[in-house]
Design a protein. Sequence first.
Length: 641
Amino acid sequence: MSNHTPDRHVDGDAPSPVDWSATPEQVRSSIEQFPHPVVLVTPDWRISFANAAAIAQSGVPTHVLTRDTIWEIYPELATEAFRPAHERAMHERESANVRAFSDHYQAWFEITVHPIDGGIASYLRDVTRDQLTRLKLEESIRSLREQAALLDATRDAMIVRDLDHTIRYWNSGASAMYGWSADEAVGRSARDMLYHDVREFDSSCTAVLRDGYWSGEIRERAQDNRLIVGDGRWHLLRDDEGDPIGIFTVTSDITDFRRVEDMRERAQRMESLGTLAGGIAHDLNNVLTPLLLATQVLLADDRSDRDREMLTTIEKSARRGATMIRQMLTFARGVDVERAPIDLADLLAEAHRFARDTLPDSVDILVRHEARHGALGSTTHLMQVVQNLILNARDAMPDGGTLTLATHSGSPHEPPEHDPLPHAVLEKDHVALSIIDSGVGMTPEIVERLWEPFFTTKPLGEGTGLGLPTSAAIIESHDGRISVRTEPGRGTRFDIVLPAAELAPASAERDDDAVPGHGETILVVDDEPLILATTAEALQAHDYRVLTTNDGHEALRILRDDGHRIDLVLTDMMMPGFDGASLAAHIAASPHDIPVLTASGLAAGAELMPSATSGITAFLAKPYTVPTLLGAVRLALDGTA
């Protein structure tokens, strides 16, 4: 890097050079073999050591290298581009790096200078090829900037980055999509800035370097850590010789579109789940009906304590199964569209069962009642809201905690130790149902957006952001409101405030409360033999005369031949060939004025509700207990159903 001409030098003028011989031989050997020039320089700017590459670069003998100053050996280093870096390292003891063009060599060099004991170390590297690549990339960027008005008019994010992912161009669409301005983004690594999980990014980069183009969905992050689903189109930029010099990316934000698509897919899955749940519920309720009836009929007889204990266990298990089926139908399809007085204690008991099945063992579940409260509403819709809040509470307590389910009315009371968040002040004639967790809580910023549709703090695919807005809409349709109190680290409390309703006096359902028959004749029609047998047994045990058949056509024949002696028809709704609805319609058109009680393992929809035109007097949901069966029969016979 020099046209060296030896200058005058008086022996003894220069200070002693750095004692390079004290350096470990392994280190010295490595530097000697280094392919780029490395020199050690003393404070008077003389070279105390030069490796083989530095000697070859200078073109002067070794004794001259250690005699003359670095500025004499390498006059190119004395230029304004390189000399300040050496002086800063020597005098200010700061490492420096500079890249500049050498007129003498007509090449680009990069020099890195580090302070060391006894002077500085200077490392020289020819970066002509790399610099030309950068210049060509910058030329491409300049060309893009000439079209900046067009590029900035698009909503898509357009970015140019070099092969080490450093951003070189960033349009206004990228600023709008990601949140960083061009000044903040240019010069930074796109890999570090835009991607939490770099595996997708690295895979896409491999594809674009291999094929010259890549397109597909990719998950990125915005400045506020918001997840963005991008539809990316990446193009490899090449120089005139065909060598890759950078990547040009065009990305469209399809986050909202993907959310809507996911919601549509979920809705379709829920519809399919509802259909599946209905079929499963019908079959399971048909299985549970004879279990409930048989155990209750057997418990009515004299039994040993052991037998009664076993039968009671079977009955409880069957009731639990029926409750689980009802929960499944409530969640998947929704039933109970009419408003009626609801005992909040019963609703909380159902919520407690749901929580016990859903929450991990690390979460303690408490149920608290101040008194017996009633509210006007739809059990199913309110249960949907409560289930959603319980699931949110579960997510807020990943390491366990306490979930409290409570009802209350009137002014706020003194909260217990595990309930530091007071409930909402209630208006007169209102009651509240509270779901309280001891989880992580929420910041005011999150609470402000809590009721926005599609807003969610959960990762993509784990939440739609519709649970709380839907819950709020349901409660508003009940002429109520839902409020939240929360603090980071102190948990969250949701209060569902509803109009109060009068409740009938509480009464316990017991077998000995059942009203017996008076010898009336009942025709029981069901295609399930076990249901047919246990229903007949239960009715006969309570002074009813029973005829049975498992076929709707056979039931019509019995009615034609012996209809004048039949007081009531109890028929299953879903039977092969000739179902309960058809049977009820034929009875309604016959001269016999016989009430029809229909039973089904599915929840009663509008098409199954009792009406004068359908011929159906009353509806009985499966699985039914002996008291429920006898009560429905009595009401249908008395014409009060």
